[in-house]
Design a protein around this ligand. Structure first.
Ligand code: AMP
Ligand code: MG
Length: 390
């Protein structure tokens, strides 16, 4: 049995960052930017009004000043002329500030009578003008790598970047194994249950920027498993679920070995998730996850998510845990690193009483995994404890 950190190091050695491709901007959200991109223009490309009002010379902005309106500047339709002393231009938000003007008095501070305006109220010091390039200028960079958020997509659009360089999505094949499993929506026999792990893992991995495929469930026979591995061909990462323990029907290790899997480890000193195996299978990384639903999902968070981030070129480091004070005591931990399903509430954390690795209802309520190192002593209320948000 190896430690969690050693297992992570082995897993990182099984994968490498993937190549880059270009996608249209509308498909860029959730993808990882693979190269720095630079703005193709200044924004705003001219001095722009930030308000609806009247553009004029700043040295004429005084309460009771009277000015003559000589035209209009609207968004998309600027005013061509030059403002001279005593003149003003009607202006709207986003419109170019006319030459000669360096101040916009908001319309609420103006009274208008035909072509003449009077500055009725003392205007604020704010010129209400957005300088050319005050958001960004041509050549300003968005640095890679980063997982693109909706906010960054808006920025890319504004920079006129219609095609975005991103890391290819990791292709992940997910294989459930077990005679007891049927797909959601099917009618299970009396001894059967619904496959849940592949669905939870697909949701997790797709959200990280991978593309996960759920393959047909492999039955507990060598031929069925072999067929599933065959269907997984072409994936960057093949994940099996279940069948990895030492029971008579646990065939994953044997079949993967027969197909040429070079095993890098089997069994990790952790709870849940001990019967984890990994290696290289042809051109793919292969990870055999334990079948218990919570074990599979916890191993997804602890091991598979960092692998996906590394394949995407984001980081080869597992996330650094946070700490929070305990709101309930903990008994001593055993010899394996324990990832306890926990709830972080208003800055304080407690582990759920029931930690059985089959309980998806508890996992669904958890928003954190509380981390207990091997042989961690009992912990009292208020003690700081490490956790990972999930
Ligand atoms: P195994 O490792 O195959 O012995 O499976 C351990 C436990 O996890 C058994 O109770 C299985 O029924 C359950 N299990 C295995 N695979 C899945 C799956 N894909 N979805 C839900 N439960 C599963
Ligand atoms: Mg099984």
């Amino acid at each position: 049995m190896i430690t969690v950190d050693a297992a992570l190091a082995h897993l990182m050695a099984l994968i490498s960052p993937l190549t880059s491709e270009h996608v249209p901007l509308i498909e860029a959200a959730g993808r990882v930017l693979s190269q720095d991109v630079t703005a193709k223009r200044d924004q705003p490309p001219f001095a722009a009004s930030a308000m609806d009002g009247y553009a004029m010379r700043a040295d004429e902005v005084e309460q009771h000043s009277i000015l003559k309106i000589i035209g209009e500047s609207a968004a998309g339709h600027g005013f061509d002329g030059h403002i001279k002393p005593g003149q003003a231009v009607r202006i709207f938000t986003g419109a170019p500030v006319p030459q000669g003007a360096d101040f916009v008095v908001i319309q609420e501070d103006i009274t208008r009578n035909g072509d003449l305006i009077t500055i009725a109220n003392i205007p604020s010091d704010n010129s209400n003008i957005r300088a050319l390039g005050n958001d960004f200028t041509k050549g300003d960079a968005i640095a890679a790598p980063r997982l693109l958020t909706p906010n960054e997509v808006a920025l890319l659009a504004s920079m006129n970047i219609a095609s975005v360089p991103v890391t290819r999505r990791p292709e992940v094949a997910l294989i459930s194994t077990g005679d007891e499993l049927v797909m959601p929506g099917e009618s299970p026999g009396p001894d059967q249950i619904i496959a849940s792990n592949t669905f939870g893992l697909k949701a997790m991995l797709d959200a990280l920027g991978a593309h996960a495929r759920i393959l047909p469930i492999a039955r507990d026979t060598e031929s069925s498993l072999r067929m599933a591995f065959d269907l997984a061909k072409g994936a960057d990462l093949v994940i099996t679920i279940g069948g990895a323990s030492v029971g008579d029907h646990d065939l994953v290790g044997k079949v993967a070995g027969d197909l040429g899997m070079q095993r890098s480890f089997y069994k990790v000193a952790m709870r849940p998730g001990k019967p984890l195996m990994a290696g290289r299978l042809n051109n793919a990384a292969m990870v055999g996850l334990p079948g218990n639903p919570v074990s599979a999902m916890v191993c997804g968070h602890i091991f598979i998510a960092p692998m996906i981030r590394a394949m995407l070129g984001l980081s080869t480091q597992a996330p650094t845990p946070f700490t929070a004070p305990l709101s309930a005591p903990l008994t001593a931990n055993g010899p394996r690193q324990h990832y306890m399903r926990a709830q972080l509430d208003q800055g304080r954390i407690h582990a759920f009483d029931r930690q059985d690795s089959a309980l998806l209802t508890i996992l669904a309520q958890a928003n954190a995994l509380l981390i207990r190192p091997p042989h961690d002593p009992p912990r009292a209320i208020g003690e700081q404890i490490a956790y990972l948000p999930i």
